[in-house]
Design a protein around this ligand. Structure first.
Ligand SMILES: Cc1cc2nc3c(=O)[nH]c(=O)nc-3n(C[C@H](O)[C@H](O)[C@H](O)COP(=O)(O)O)c2cc1C
Length: 448
């Protein structure tokens, strides 16, 4: 969640982070909750990305002896809403998904594993992170609880006892005040409040879904260290509209978004995939340009087949591994369609491929409205995988949060809300803006 670089243009400079964020507005806050770990006083800490330090929020007076190592994530909707209005809600959720995957990849570089604690209620998270302490948020924009994740530093690590940690937090010693981002009056976006209230998560049973056994991922062609790839990740501003992506890289990127045991980031989720990819192939070696679909689960494929345009071909893509359920639906140049759907952004047409992420929607949200948020998280996680795999394949990606879902649905022949487009993405050979300068991420600390 730290800075990855400073960008310079004339007198302007702005920081980028390892995790992407819509409009680079970074509404996600992250917290560390620990107990029973050497050299760290048990308690709750807020991460400060500019200073790259932890701010101690709560000291547990009598912490549980058992080891706990948790990360909590929250969103400040206003950080996106001042610019994007109602769309801010979904962008905040996408960013949470990117952040979960960011933690998952970072943990994997240390041999650790991340587990999303899907049983926790938002009320639990509020209590643990101190987000319900109005006295500490006096005049500051409200932070909404999103997710707790456990970091497993060794296999078979015990599940943490959240209730114990919450009572430690309730009896603990708290310090610090949230700072106010914009003191001027805020524009009110009632829909954001409505949707956040509708999607509040209650406590639920733990889920225990296991991914199917899949063949190992094909080798990554990059020899760069994971850390290098993570820190060099950037969003492409423009693509060259010419270069062709090698077929091996395309298949590997898609394979990486399938859940596998012990493979970040989807081994952090205890539920089956709910998101599938509708792909506009523009320039991929040996593949006919056209519309393709990757079903991320067998059940998902059934839902897609039932709800897509009945005229689609469903031709299994030649050369793809058997388990990669990638089908060609229609051939032809889909650049104009992709551009138009993505709010007329050229990045969706000039890339090697762009895609829409389709969620199994009604079945997931009808009686569990909080899963609406989880659908965006899963989409954000897929996005983070594509960002990193693109860097590893020496190309670049960009998240596309601005898209027209109705137009996407029309192309796919979707006539109801069984499926819903949640996020778009694009991958290709970037054109880099030579006018921009770059500085290392923490030069401002060295100079001060
Ligand atoms: C949820 C999300 C939506 C985004 N939507 C768009 C978009 O519609 N168009 C675009 O050019 N970039 C988009 N981006 C890219 C961001 O602008 C970019 O992440 C941000 O400027 C930070 O730059 P970086 O990714 O290079 O760190 C999106 C990123 C995210 C995470």
């Amino acid at each position: 969640m730290g800075l990855s670089a400073w960008k310079l243009a004339g007198n302007n400079r702005w920081a980028l982070r390892n995790n992407p964020s819509s409009g680079n507005l970074h509404p996600t806050e992250s917290y560390l909750i620990t107990s029973g770990i050497n050299n760290i006083v048990a308690g709750v800490y807020h991460y400060h990305s500019y200073l790259h330090c932890l701010e101690q929020r709560c000291t547990f007076e009598s912490p549980p002896a058992a080891e706990s190592f948790l990360i909590g994530l929250s969103s400040i909707h206003w950080r996106e809403a001042w610019k994007y209005g109602e769309r801010a809600f979904r962008y905040c959720q996408h960013d949470i998904g990117h952040a979960i995957a960011t933690f998952s990849y970072a943990a994997a570089t240390l041999g650790w594993q991340v587990e999303v604690l899907d049983r926790c209620s938002d009320e639990h998270i509020d209590s643990l992170l101190g987000l319900n302490r109005q006295v500490d948020f006096n005049g500051a924009e409200h932070e909404k609880a999103d997710v707790l994740i456990q970091i497993h530093t060794r296999p078979e690590q015990q599940a943490v006892n959240i209730d114990d940690l919450i009572s430690c937090a309730q009896q603990g010693y708290w310090q610090g005040q949230a700072n106010c981002l914009s003191p001027e009056p805020h524009i009110n976006w009632p829909l954001i409040d409505d949707i956040s209230n509708t999607c509040v998560k209650p406590q639920t049973e733990s889920l225990h879904w296991q991914p199917p056994q899949l063949p190992e991922l094909s080798a990554c062609t990059s020899t760069a260290h994971a850390t290098t790839i993570i820190q060099q990740r950037r969003s492409a501003q423009a693509f060259d509209g010419i270069s062709t992506l090698p077929l091996h890289d395309f298949y590997r990127m898609l394979d990486c978004v399938l859940p596998r045991h012990n493979t970040p980031p989807f081994d952090s989720l205890n539920y089956a995939p709910r998101i599938h990819l509708a792909i506009f192939v523009h320039r991929v070696e040996s593949l006919e340009p056209g519309l393709y679909v990757l079903a991320r689960s067998a059940n998902g494929e059934k839902v897609l087949r039932k709800n897509f345009n009945a005229q689609f071909d469903w031709k299994k893509t030649a050369g793809a591994a058997d388990h990669l359920t990638l089908y060609q639906l229609a051939n032809g140049n889909s650049q104009n369609a992709a551009r138009a759907i993505s709010c007329h952004q050229d990045i969706a047409a000039d890339s090697a491929f762009s895609l829409g992420m389709l969620a199994e929607f009604d079945s997931n949200i009808d009686d569990k409205p909080w899963q609406y948020r989880q659908l965006f998280w899963e989409a954000g996680m897929i996005g983070q995988t594509l960002y990193l795999e693109a860097e590893a394949a020496d190309v670049r990606a960009t998240g596309i949060g601005c898209y027209f879902d109705d137009s996407m649905h029309e192309i796919m022949g979707i006539e109801n809300t069984v499926l819903q487009s949640m996020y778009h993405f694009t991958v290709g050979t970037p054109i880099t803006d030579a006018r921009l300068g770059t500085e290392p991420p923490y030069t401002h600390l060295k100079n001060s």
